[in-house]
Structure formats: C-alpha cells, structure tokens
Design a protein around this ligand. Structure first.
Ligand code: CA
Length: 539
C-alpha cells in the first residue's frame, strides 16, 4: 500500500500513464498523459500544420473539428487578435499552405464581432492573394454564414484591391476552383467599376461573348486589356510559334494556354523566363520530361540560380516544404501519379537541397550544446505534413532538425522510440537521403523522456534538448519534464527543452509553467530562429 501511494504521489517520478500530481496534465490519445496547449498555441499549430491527413490517432475530420473549436474559442476571447495572427502568418509565408489561414479567416468573418468581421473582410486581399484563395474563402464563407452585405462588400473589395494589370492576371490564371468562377463571385459581389477599363474587364468575365474587342485582329493599347486579348488569341492559336510569341510579348502564364501546348519544350522555354518561382518548383519534372531541363542546358543554369536565390525565395514566399516536396519527386525521376519519367540532374537536386535551407528565415547559431532528438515511434509515421503525399511527421522532423544541425556547431542528432534508436545521419547529408534513413526504421513505442535519460546516464553536457514529436508519450516510467528536472539537478546545468510540434493536436510534453521549456511549431519558417533564440536565453 505504501509503495503504491509513493508511486502515485511522487512528484519527481511518475509513470507516463499517470498525471504528475498537482499539474494540469491531460490524457493524450496514446493512453499516456501530456500537458494541454492553450487555444492560442493550438491556433498557431493549426495555421502552420493544418489538419489534412489527420494523425495516427485522430481522423482528419475530427482533427479539423478540434482545431475549428480552438479557433472559435480564440474568437470569443479576442476576435481581432485572431485576425492579426492570421494575417501575420499568412503574409510572411510562414505556413506551408494558406488553406488553414483562409478557413480561420472565414470563421472570424462568420462568428466574430462587428469590428472583427469588418477587419476580416478588409484583410481579404492580404490573406487571399490569388483567385484560388478567394474561391476557397467563398466556399467556406458561404457554408458558414451565407452571402450577406458584409461578404459582398468584402469580395468586391478583393477585386478593387488590384490595379487592372494585376487583376487580369488573376482572372486569367485562376479561372475556376471548387465550382466557383469569377463570373459567379462578380455577379454575387457586384463591385462597381472604378474606371472604364475595369468595367470592360468585369464585363469580359460576366459576358465574355459580348467582348468583341478581345477577339479583334489588333490588340488593345491598354496593357490589361491586351493581356486578355492575348489569352483569347492563345485559345485560338494553331501553331507553337504563335504561342511562344504570345508568351514572350504578353507574359502569359502556363494556365492561360490550352493544355495541348504543354508538351512542347519551346513553350516551356518561353514560360521559364518569367515563370513565378513556386510554379517553377512545381514543374521541374515536366520541364525535364519535355526535354528542356537537361544537364548543361541553359534552362538548368537558370533554374539552379533561381532555386538558390534567397532574396527571390523570400519575395515569392517559397516555403521550405515546397522545396522538400519538389526534391523528393524530382529526384526519383517520375511523377506522383505515374505521369511520365525523366532523368534528374545532380545540379538541380543539389540546388533544391540548398534552397530548402535558404527558404527559412535567417538563423544565427546559438553556440550552445544542442541535442536534437527525433521521435521515430510508430505514430510519427502516420498522417502527412501539410498535405504533401508521403511526407510523414517522422520524415519531416528529420528535415526540420537538419536546419538546426546545419546552423549549430555543437550539436548531436539522435532518435528515440520506447528506447534510443541508432541512426547515422549528419548535417552534411542530403535531405532525401536522411529521410530514407528515417523512413526505413521499424516502428516502436513512445517515451519522450528518453533523450534526457540517455544524456544523464552518459553524463553528456547538453544546454538545450530539442525534441521533434507529436507529444503522444505513454511508454516511460518517468515523464519527460521530470527527467529534464533530474538532468538539471544531477548535471548542474540549467538545461532547456524545446518541443517542436509535428502535428496539430492539442498536446505538449513541455510544462507551460516552466520558463525553461518552449513549444514551437514544426515547419513554421520562423521556428529554427526561435529555437536558437531560446537556446541563447533570449525568449
Ligand atoms: Ca508515438
């Protein structure tokens, strides 16, 4: 009996299937106990990681509902702050995908107070930067609240926020999505044209057949109208030369061309000159397949230069996940849907590898002794990160850890399940090779205390433990925070713990009451810098 009580009430060592007495620990999905993250942290996780694919324990639908409830709780507490958080993360390109931001914005637009709803609508052009984003927002908003005056005004504002040339680019490039076309949204929102040109553009969208000027033999003088004219020309073109000329003279994007021309190397060659960086990254395989992107070619040189141009990457909001995803597909030499094969070139692969690191915000080393520990347990191998096919939290965590490993000089990298797992990876290895090592590991139980216990047992001096995990710990006989406290006491080092969340669930192994522990979100482009700032004691 005494032994039993001792075990239950010992605050220094509690098995993971019981809460630490006197704390607010909650049962996690794996049968263990973790801390709950607050709703703002949950909002942050959702905005960065989304809920696509769910987790090992939680279905996509259930995870989305949980996250929506967390967003609603934040809206009730401070709806205008929710808008600010959404805009900040979306505008800085910190998230791999913009969908969660659009979803959350639609929630504020439907459930916020008057001021917050107005702020959400005003933020529409900043958050919904493409026609596709606008259609996604319209889908969400329509199902959450219907088309009231506020929504009409908000959508009208989206069309007014761009100059004529910027607007026609959106209209031509993103013509439809989720059953929406611009004709639908324009009819519903009914924006008043602010100039004659704008009126002609709107009219071309809603009554295309009436716009005879768009099919005239000679192009209109106005640049915006001429762009529409060029688009119409491309639809009727009979030969490659005409298509190439239209691209060169009017900067038509790939989406403006009938698909039959997208098998031509000459067409891609013309497109590549002004191709947006994100489109270029997505189309490397296609350009290789049509024979344009080959070793020693001019196209290869152009692609390599742009992939590693930090300034351009930042301006185009290229997310590291986009690089990682492109690297995985391009390097294997065949499309995801089995659509064709190509020979990848080493220089492009290396450029994607390098571009991955450059797409993160600048990171300065902390100079501290950092132990990077990957949770490679079974649950981490289920679900996908940011909707990228086949990219599990386990594989993704290795890529994320490499960013810090490449920055810090005094680091070690390790992996754990129910016990430590031998892995042989270093910061000098290529991303896809590292992920191959990780995805080849067998599955096992989860004990997030392992890194601290391991370091303590071997008397390894560590200033900061960085653990990449879903925090679904359950296996160990001592909680991670208790292991960290033991480590601090016995080693005499005020060691810190950073928990890098790899799923958008509501758990953390970090104690929110302990200032030496920090929760961050995996694949936020700001995370590597937050880790080093915290390691240096600056957060
Ligand atoms: Ca697990």
């Amino acid at each position: 009996m005494t032994n039993y009580l001792n075990k239950l009430l010992n605050k220094n060592q509690t098995p993971q299937n019981l809460p630490i007495p006197g704390t607010a620990m909650r049962p996690n999905s794996a049968g263990g106990y973790s801390f709950a993250v607050d709703d703002w942290q949950r909002l942050h996780r959702f905005l960065i990681l989304g809920s696509e694919g769910g987790t090992y324990y939680i279905s996509e639908r259930a995870l989305t509902v949980e996250n929506a409830n967390a967003v609603l709780a934040c809206i009730q507490r401070d709806d205008e702050r929710v808008v600010r958080e959404i805009v900040a993360i979306s505008e800085a390109g910190r998230a791999p995908k913009n969908d969660p931001a659009i979803f959350a914005l639609a929630l504020v637009a439907s459930h916020g107070g008057t001021e917050a709803r107005r702020a959400a609508m005003a933020a529409l052009p900043q958050v919904c930067r493409t026609g596709t984003h606008l259609f996604q927002f319209a889908t969400y908003a329509q199902s959450m609240r219907g088309w009231g005056r506020g929504l009409r005004r908000g959508v009208a504002g989206w069309y007014h926020a761009r100059d004529a040339r910027g607007l026609v680019y959106q209209l031509v490039k993103y013509r439809q999505r989720d059953g929406w076309t611009h004709a639908d949204t324009l009819r519903l929102a009914h924006p008043k044209p602010s100039a004659e040109t704008q009126g002609m553009i709107f009219r071309w969208v809603t009554h295309r057949e009436d716009a005879a000027w768009a099919r005239d033999i000679t192009p209109p003088e106005d640049a915006a109208l001429a762009f529409i004219w060029a688009f119409e020309r491309a639809q009727a073109a009979q030969d490659v030369e005409t298509i190439v000329k239209l691209i060169e003279r009017y900067d038509l994007p790939r989406e403006a061309l009938p698909t039959q021309w997208l098998n031509e190397a000459a067409v891609w060659d013309a497109l590549l000159v002004k191709m947006p960086l994100t489109a270029m990254i997505r189309n490397l395989g296609v350009m290789a397949k049509v024979g344009l992107l080959r070793a020693h070619s001019a196209a290869e040189l152009r692609v390599v230069k742009r992939l590693t141009d930090s300034e351009a990457l930042r301006k185009a909001r290229v997310h590291p996940i986009a690089m990682l995803s492109a690297l995985r597909v391009y390097a294997q030499g065949r499309g995801v849907r089995g659509d064709g094969t190509w020979t990848p070139t080493s220089r492009v692969i290396d450029a994607l590898d390098e571009g991955f690191y450059r797409a993160f915000q600048n990171v300065e080393p902390s100079g501290q002794r950092v132990m990077l520990a990957l949770d490679v347990s079974g649950s981490m191998a289920a679900g996908v990160v940011a909707g990228v096919p086949g990219l599990t939290p386990r594989d993704a965590s290795a890529a994320m850890a490499l960013v810090t490993a490449r920055t810090e000089s005094n680091y070690s990298m390790s992996a754990f399940q129910g016990q430590m797992v031998e892995i042989n990876i270093s910061a000098r290895m290529r991303l896809d090779d590292v992920m191959k090592v990780i995805s080849g590991l067998p599955f096992g139980a989860t004990d997030c205390a392992q890194p601290m216990l391991y370091a303590l047992e071997r008397k390894l001096a560590v200033d900061t433990f960085v653990i990449y995990t879903d925090s679904e710990t359950w296996f160990g006989s001592i909680h991670p925070v208790q292991a960290l406290r033991q480590y601090r006491e016995q080693m005499g080092i005020a060691a810190r713990l950073v928990v890098v969340a790899m799923t958008s669930n509501g758990f953390s192994i970090a104690d929110p009451q302990d200032a030496g522990m920090l929760d961050v979100v995996g694949f936020d482009t700001a995370t590597p810098q937050m880790i080093t700032d915290f390691a240096r004691g600056q957060l």
